[in-house]
Design a protein around this ligand. Structure first.
Ligand code: TBV
Length: 253
């Protein structure tokens, strides 16, 4: 059975209540990304299948801190046994972005959950200390995503911060880390002393293919939002083997 519009609204309300009580929007976006971002287009393994909730995947270095987010969503999963974990992690992410003032991202339910033996090997998520060729070649092109997707999705660093005890980096990328906007891109073009700009963020400004997108998004928030929604939907569906009971079409309601 596809998920009804009523059920979808109930889930959105439960997540919105959580975000009103605990400002955890940023880590929920990171959770959805780290679940989906393990996809390998060649072997067709990984992707948005909730394998991140199992050991050993959740203990991979790149996932430091995400166990907290997984546990925070468990009471909502208990209230919605009809929704898969894989759908919940992706829906929690797009709801977090909308709640923070970001674009509405088209969404369809119906992602099957992985089993624990489907955990991907460590090393598929990006290394913050590396530059453009790593981002492009080792990570995003492996997932089947384009240069434009890389730059648009990097705008998710509008939200949240680094935590010393998780990644070793500390502080937010923007002046309002609970607001989803395009300030990240101006900061990448002109890094500020008091805001975070990782080597991988700086690579967006120095790479000749990435830079035109950064310049466009820095001045044109509507273009950023439109491209972001397209790229994020792609990310949220990586590797998904839709079942017969999946929603036929993505909607933003
Ligand atoms: C957190 C770095 C969404 N991203 C985040 C941290 C670091 C990176 C801090 C973790 C912590 O200490 O809590 C070090 N993540 C990277 C780097 C890469 C990466 C360098 C690789 C290139 N990030 C992201 C995408 C998306 C995010 C595609 C979502 C679509 N990441 C994200 C959010 C937060 C982090 C919202 O990767 C804040 C979490 C392409 C919080 O506040 O808890 C930008 C890109 O993948 C790099």
């Amino acid at each position: 059975m596809p998920v009804s519009a009523e059920r979808r609204a109930e889930l959105r309300q439960a997540l919105t209540k959580l975000y009103d009580e605990v400002p955890c929007n940023p880590i929920m976006v990171r959770l959805g990304w780290h679940d989906a971002g393990t996809y390998d287009a060649e072997s067709k393994t990984g992707g948005a299948n909730a394998s991140i909730r199992f050991d050993p995947e959740v203990t991979h270095g790149a996932n430091a801190g995400l166990k907290w987010a997984i546990e925070k969503l468990q009471p909502i999963k208990d209230q919605f046994p009809d929704i898969s974990y894989a759908d919940l992690y992706q829906y929690a992410s797009i709801t977090a972005i909308a709640h923070a003032g970001g674009p509405k991202i088209p969404f369809r339910f119906g992602r099957p959950d992985a089993k624990d033996e489907d955990c991907t090997p460590d090393g598929r998520l990006p290394d913050a200390n590396k530059g453009a060729s790593h981002l492009r070649g080792d990570v995003f092109h492996r997932m089947g995503l384009t240069d434009k997707d890389i730059v648009a999705l990097s705008g998710a660093h509008a939200l949240g911060r680094g935590h010393k005890d998780r990644s070793g980096f500390e502080g937010p990328w923007t002046s309002e880390p609970l607001k989803f906007d395009n300030e990240y891109f101006s900061n990448v073009l002109a890094p500020k002393d008091d805001l975070l700009c990782l080597p991988s963020d700086k690579a967006l400004a120095s790479d000749p293919e990435f830079r035109p997108f950064v310049e466009k998004y820095a001045t044109d928030k509507d273009a950023f939002f439109a491209d972001y929604a397209v790229s994020h939907q792609k990310l949220s569906e990586l590797g998904v083997k839709w079942t017969d009971s999946a929603d036929a079409e993505a909607t933003t309601d």
